[in-house]
Write a protein that binds this ligand. Sequence first.
Ligand code: C2E
Ligand code: CA
Ligand code: CA
Length: 503
Amino acid sequence: MVQVLTLEKQVRNWQLEHLDPSNPVQVWETKRRISGELHYFNIEYRRIYDSASKYLGCFFLIHDRTEEFIKYNTERYRATHDKLTGLYNKEYFYDVVRAVLNKNPDGKYNIIVFDVKNFKLVNDVFGVDEGDRLLKEISRITADFGGKNCIYARLTGDRFAVFMPRSIFSEDKLLREFSVLDNFIEQSKFKIHIHIGVYEIVDTNLRVSVMCDHANLAIKTIKDSFKSHVAYYESQLREDFIGDHRIISDFETAVSDGQFCAYIQPQIAVDGSIRGGEALVRWIHPKDGMIPPNRFIKILEQTGLISRLDRYMWETACQNLRRWSEMGFKKSYISVNISQKDFYLLDVYEVITSLVEQYEIAPKRLHLEITETAVMDNREHLNLISRLREYGFIVEIDDFGSGYSSLNMLKELEADVLKIDMGFLQRTENTGNSEKSKIILQMIIKLAKSLDMEVITEGVEFKEQVSFLAEYGCDIYQGYYFAKPMTVSDFESDYLNKRFRMK
Ligand code: C2E
Ligand code: CA
Ligand code: CA
């Protein structure tokens, strides 16, 4: 009874509120608690007139839309939130952050992205349930971090984002909060590490997705640290990243326009004569000028483009050797670099043998520089090296001593030349171990000789180095002390026929 009376009273109120005769049909929404439960209604109010336009009365159509409304809200929730953690999903995060930035274009905010290091390992080793539990725990920490002033999201699998006023961001607090994860996986030594990338928003007009990319880019700079780590986005990071992209996109044009240029660095025998040289690539970029190989080789290797460049360098070397033969220098050689990736991308044997046949040059005049990592642990590659040697090429082990060269490698990989990296000596000199490293150098040279290998030392910068290397029995020298890498025409005119005084 109470209910009916209340409803009646409500209807009278509505009537009073909607008396406007110029508006004979009115529709609105309202909600009302019935037996403790909230209900949602659509109300349609119509005034009725006779044919002479005399007002006869009115009626209300009351439509309970509660079910519809709940369904709509559930769907909307699903479309905007992450199912597992209940945080906003990526798209909704972008929308809500954009709305806040539009409202406060002068505000100072940060976007912070978290990423669980080795998350896949958690799933693989401890199970998906543990993985889910971890994600929920991270979302709890994330949501607690800045309270109501922040907007939180799970961007993808193990990536979370927070948008917050810069004034409340504290790196220490964040690391403290995440430290509870140290013992997340009980009875295991496995530690959870969170990588944190921070982008301090400078340009509020930037797309929110790009802001998140910036924070992600910062995360990429955190290498294999064993601690939770925080990195800040700096515009230099973006420039490097753009640089990598430009290398890839400019590559094709560079090849077809002949922007790659083979420089040659002379190699000098112990008697001072020039035996040949190493071909080292230079990219003569029309806008950026000369780009050194360290800037682009790695990215070309990562993308597999290296094989095109290397093939070009090998062919150029063969063309030069052909010309030198015609000039009367029939013995001079050129060393070319073979990247580890080439073995996977090319039929190295087929390409190299065809080239020397095409240009009619003796294979021993093309030296092939390979690094230990390029061939070790791969029987097929080791066999390939043997076949190349049988064909007549000179195989050199490059960068010996610069990485993790093992003596075992000398047993497995049969080569003609051991190329020792002088950096090995320079590094140890800095730590005051120069006497020790000289002894090692001496032993390596002795070892190479007893294995019937020639020894080249590269990176020779000082006279004193030449002296002791000669004493130890090094055969060939390459380094700034003698000459820097130069254009082929400079090499031909100034070095091909040159002899250095060694004493
Ligand atoms: P790498 O094969 O070890 O080449 C020797 C590098 O040492 C060259 O650097 C050379 O300029 C430098 N160098 C020579 N003498 C000295 C010296 O006395 N002191 C010092 N500090 N450095 C010296 P570059 O030309 O910048 O080449 C760097 C690396 O790029 C090469 O190291 C090689 O790994 C790679 N690279 C160069 N050209 C090619 C190529 O055509 N194909 C492939 N796959 N890699 C290449
Ligand atoms: Ca080399
Ligand atoms: Ca080298």
